[in-house]
Design a protein around this ligand. Structure first.
Ligand SMILES: Nc1nc2c(ncn2[C@@H]2O[C@H](COP(=O)(O)OP(=O)(O)OP(=O)(O)O)[C@@H](O)[C@H]2O)c(=O)[nH]1
Length: 636
């Protein structure tokens, strides 16, 4: 039985046109009831199945929300991208399929792939289905709907089509299939690019809209949570300048963009009019996310200190995502060479274990926070495992389980954020401790400096005092020298307010000292001067005197609270003591003395002059005499 006969036999309108080979429909039993014998029908069915096994047509169950098309698909590879629809229709008619239900291309492939299946609408009314092709980042999907009369409808969709130009302006790749009453169709889909995760599903439009609401809710929740974490950590990064925080924020943002690209929402909301970003965008953001995670691990785990050699392995592996990023910039056009997405997969396979090893190393080398880091990875892994369990049929189909990968990632991001918070707390504690230590050290240093400064100041004071003493002291006699008189005089003017207590100034000059020097030698002269110095330092009657060596053998004495008479007595006592002072060398050592009273108003010069006149008189009158200045007031 030919196809044409079978179609007529099954109640479809006859057609002379060249068309797809229709072999089997789920609606066959209802048609067969209208025919004479069941046996003939079964034989016809058997022949049909044997002759054209490859082009099974089916009638979608209108009570189902969606129908997975995998069992009904046939694939034709188009390695050179030159096949036309007519050529494909011919190949379909001749059953020239590359495979039976298995896509001939594995992994990411930019070469065109044709998919075909037959479809029937046995109802008496028109039916609309939406054909969903996932994943949403397939660059272009051309749909050719060929009816039994050979009329062709063409629609184009895919990541490389601007949202406004799509037949359904949504995140997913949707192609409308409007099936006429009792229509019979051959569907051809040309995909470029493809990958092995590709799925074709028929949806009832209303059911898809409901599904989309759930989808949007879960993705909205997912993106919202992640973006909040990213913004919050970006804000913290702007304050703390903590590198790990920066890499973490970049990781989360890139991961959100990656998810937005592979879910199709990026095409719908972020770059609806930039179809050139197409499939390349998910590779770009995937690579950035991997790179940021790697750098986060490097910084967060202190690998420079804790695993200095292993970190080079990790950093070398960063070349993989970097090449993918460079590939995005350097590759012109909408398509990547196939090796770039393969490199991205390799990056994940290499870097995830490396990051986990880095976490274990850091933990073993004493970084407590590495436990949280590993827990974060475990959360992501647990989410992935739950999803795999669901795919393998071990876990039931539920919204929560469908979201398990995303939940795992959210948990990962939350745990990492907690770990970062903990890290900041640790850093703060270390900072406080360091500040306390620094403050303590500063205090200790300050105290030491103060002690040192006090010691130095005291030493300087001592040196100053010593210098002062030396500069005011006569080296030979140990008495004050001339310099002292000015200081003493100004001090005296401050302290002596009235003249109720009289004072005197005495000039004492040894007689014929030159002769002594000449006769007994200079040393003897010096010895006599030293002895005189001692005598004047401890004058008779314990009288306190300011004794100053005024010149070679000339001395100046200031006797406070001493009247002229008392001064005369003091001078006489000194004359008595001078005699033994020169012995044994000098038999008669004498001195002449001039006394001048000191009043508050008279200047030092005047008093000195008066005393000098009195002394001169003593010398003139034969030496070894005591003279008192008489007319002091006339000199002033
Ligand atoms: N040995 C010694 N002699 C000194 C010192 N200072 C000054 N003379 C000497 O003192 C002498 C002072 O001599 P003159 O000024 O002529 O006075 P004089 O010989 O005492 O005579 P009259 O004062 O008139 O009694 C000089 O020979 C100085 O060299 C000193 O420090 N040591």
């Amino acid at each position: 039985m030919t196809t044409k006969e079978l179609r007529q036999h099954n109640g479809f309108p006859p057609s002379d046109q060249e068309g797809p080979q229709f072999m089997f429909e789920a609606c066959l039993p209802s048609r067969l009831q209208q025919r004479s014998t069941l046996l003939v029908q079964l034989m016809a069915l058997l022949c049909l199945l044997l002759s054209c096994r490859a082009s099974l047509a089916f009638t979608p169950d209108t009570t189902s929300d969606k129908v997975a098309l995998a069992p009904y698909l046939h694939f034709i590879a188009d390695p050179e991208g030159k096949l036309t629809l007519d050529a494909i229709r011919q190949a379909t008619a001749q059953n020239q399929f590359d495979s039976d239900g298995v896509p001939p291309q594995q992994g990411y492939d930019t070469r065109p792939l044709w998919i075909t299946f037959s479809l029937a609408n046995p109802d008496m009314q028109m039916r609309t289905w939406w054909l969903q092709i996932s994943p949403p980042y397939i660059q272009t999907a051309d749909l050719y709907l060929v009816d039994e009369h050979g009329q062709v409808q063409h629609f184009r969709n895919g990541a490389g089509v601007a949202i406004a130009d799509r037949p359904e302006p949504r995140a997913a790749i949707l192609l409308p299939l409007q099936l006429a009453a009792q229509g019979y169709y051959q569907v051809y889909v040309r995909l470029q690019s493809s990958n092995q995760r590709m799925q074709l599903t028929l949806w009832q439009p209303n059911a898809y809209s409901r599904h989309e609401v759930h989808q949007q809710f879960s993705y909205g929740l997912f993106f919202g949570l992640l973006l909040t974490m990213a913004l919050y950590n970006l804000y913290l990064f702007s304050i703390t300048r903590n590198r790990a925080q920066g890499w973490y924020s970049l990781y989360v943002v890139a991961f959100v963009l990656y998810q937005a690209a592979i879910s199709g929402y990026a095409y719908e909301y972020l770059w609806p009019a930039q179809p050139w970003l197409g499939t390349k965008s998910n590779n770009l953001f995937g690579a950035i996310a991997i790179l940021a995670m790697l750098m986060f691990s490097h910084s967060f785990l202190h690998l420079r200190q804790l695993a200095p050699r292993f970190r080079y392995t990790l950093l070398a592996a960063a070349a993989l995502p970097l090449i993918v990023i460079a590939g995005f910039i350097l590759t012109p056009g909408a398509f990547y060479p196939a090796w770039i997405p393969q490199l991205l997969s390799a990056s994940v396979v290499v870097l995830v274990p490396l990051c986990i090893i880095a976490g274990i190393l850091a933990w073993r080398r004493g970084l407590r926070l590495a436990r949280l880091y590993l827990l974060a990875w475990a959360s992501a892994a647990a989410g992935t495992l739950v999803y795999i369990g669901f795919l393998l049929g071990y876990l039931p189909d539920s919204w929560l389980i469908q979201q398990s990968i995303r939940i795992g990632v959210v948990l990962e991001v939350l745990v990492l954020a907690a770990a970062l918070g903990e890290r900041i707390r640790t850093l703060q504690e270390e900072c406080d401790l360091a500040q306390r230590d620094a403050e303590q050290a500063r205090q200790t240093l300050k105290e030491r400096l103060e002690v040192k400064l006090a010691e130095r100041t005291q030493a300087m004071r001592d040196v100053n005092a010593s210098l002062m003493r030396e500069s005011h002291t006569d080296a030979l006699t140990g008495l004050f020298n001339r310099r002292h008189l000015d200081q003493y005089w100004s001090m005296r003017r401050i302290s002596v307010h009235t003249d109720t207590c009289p004072s005197v100034l005495i000039l004492l000059d040894l007689d014929h000292f030159k002769r002594i020097n000449d006769t007994y030698g200079h040393d003897t002269g010096d010895r006599i001067l030293r002895k005189l110095g001692k005598l004047l330092g401890n004058p008779p009657g314990n009288k306190r005197l300011q004794a100053i060596r005024w010149g070679g053998e000339e001395f100046l004495l200031i006797a406070e609270n001493t009247s002229v008479e008392e001064a005369q007595r003091l001078c006489a006592a000194l004359q008595q003591r001078l005699l033994p002072l020169g012995q044994p060398d000098v038999e008669h050592l004498t001195a002449s003395m001039g006394i001048a009273p000191i009043s508050r108003e008279t200047s030092l010069d005047t008093v000195l002059k008066a005393a000098d006149i009195a002394l001169y008189r003593a010398k003139s009158n034969g030496r070894n005499r005591i003279e008192v200045a008489l007319h002091l007031e006339q000199l002033s």
